[in-house]
Ligand binder design. Structure first.
Ligand SMILES: Cc1cc2nc3c(=O)[nH]c(=O)nc-3n(C[C@H](O)[C@H](O)[C@H](O)COP(=O)(O)O)c2cc1C
Length: 314
């Protein structure tokens, strides 16, 4: 991969700023069959919960005209099986691994954080406080007090592991903006932010009159959400992350290099590809190649020089 793409996230060196998003790349290393993982920036694991979960009934993935609807419901092997059978492979991965943590109580999150901390080869954890597809999935990420309490409880468990907090793009029904929640996460000990998870959504088959997903509702991702998340990344970067030196990892509709470039200009240090990998399993690799050419065309030698470099008058 070109030198110009080299960057770092919370002090962890990345070969490129293009990562695979949580839940879209298998539990850990399954995408190695279709993708050269030494050519991407990193992999985020499936979100791991304390107990094993089968997830929601099928159908739980479907496509809309502008993206993807999913209601996987955090299907995962649970923290014990993850620690015994999956995490030991993390150290052998050809790219950094970010361990995604989900839960339904502070104790749940703390237990999974302990497993991430104990694992060799998981230098960064990502706290998923924004899953729209399970009961209680967004509660921690929608309330300033609960979010602060959770991050403060998990932070000391991750003694040698950096912590990203992954937020929802939607705060409707609360008096807060995503930037308010981002600031609370940062003030409570987050080393960086992942912006964002999917947007609660629903589709209906008008012939059968049945919801497209067995769970009735799900999360929208892909191109439709991209401009929404560009604004959130820009707002968070401008309001405090830039000054605080807090890295933002942007997720939402990155399917082409232009989408990744937009996120970088808005203030993201790295991006994650989710739905894009379903559409084209090699998307992350292709996006990185496109980014390298863009950096050159912009007259720069390093992608990091373009972080937050959107040109706004005044
Ligand atoms: C099938 C599927 C499963 C997902 N599972 C998780 C998950 O386990 N944990 C999580 O934090 N986000 C999960 N997400 C959200 C993605 O990580 C990402 O934040 C979101 O899809 C936006 O990126 P995209 O538009 O590139 O898909 C999932 C998304 C999809 C499409």
């Amino acid at each position: 991969m070109p030198e110009s793409l080299r960057t770092e996230l919370c002090g962890v060196p990345l070969r490129t700023p293009v990562l695979l998003a949580a839940g879209t790349a298998g539990t850990l290393d399954e995408t190695a069959e279709i993708l050269d993982l030494s050519r991407i920036g990193g992999v985020v694991t499936k979100s791991i919960t304390r107990q094993a979960r089968d997830g929601n009934p099928e159908p739980r993935i479907t496509w809309t005209r502008a993206g993807m609807l999913n209601a996987i419901g955090l299907a995962n092997p649970g923290v014990d099986a993850f620690a015994e059978q999956v995490a030991p492979r993390a150290g052998a991965m050809p790219c950094p691994v970010i361990g995604s943590i989900a839960g339904f109580s502070i104790e749940d999150y703390v237990a999974v954080a302990g497993a991430m901390e104990a694992a060799e080869g998981i230098p960064i954890a990502e706290l998923n406080v924004s899953c729209p597809n399970v009961h209680g999935g967004v509660e921690f990420g929608a309330d300033l007090g609960a979010l602060s309490e959770l991050v403060r409880a998990v932070r000391p468990v991750l003694a040698s592991t950096k912590l990203l907090v992954k937020l929802s793009p939607i705060t409707v029904g609360t008096p807060h903006t995503p930037a308010d929640l981002a600031r609370v996460a940062a003030d409570s000990g987050a080393d960086g932010l992942t912006l964002c998870n999917t947007i609660p959504a629903m589709g209906i088959d008008v012939r059968t009159r049945r919801p497209l997903l067995a769970n009735v509702t799900g999360g929208l991702s892909g191109p439709a959400v991209h401009p929404v998340v560009v604004k959130i990344v820009h707002d968070v970067h401008r309001r405090f992350a830039r000054e605080a030196g807090l890295p933002i990892v942007a997720a939402g509709g990155v399917t082409r290099w232009q989408d990744a470039a937009e996120f970088i200009l808005a203030g993201a240090s790295a991006v994650q590809v989710g739905a894009g990998t379903f559409a084209d399993p090699k998307a992350a690799e292709k996006i990185a190649r496109g980014l390298a050419k863009w950096v050159r065309d912009q007259g720069h030698t390093a992608v990091v020089d373009l972080v937050g470099a959107v040109a706004i008058d005044g």
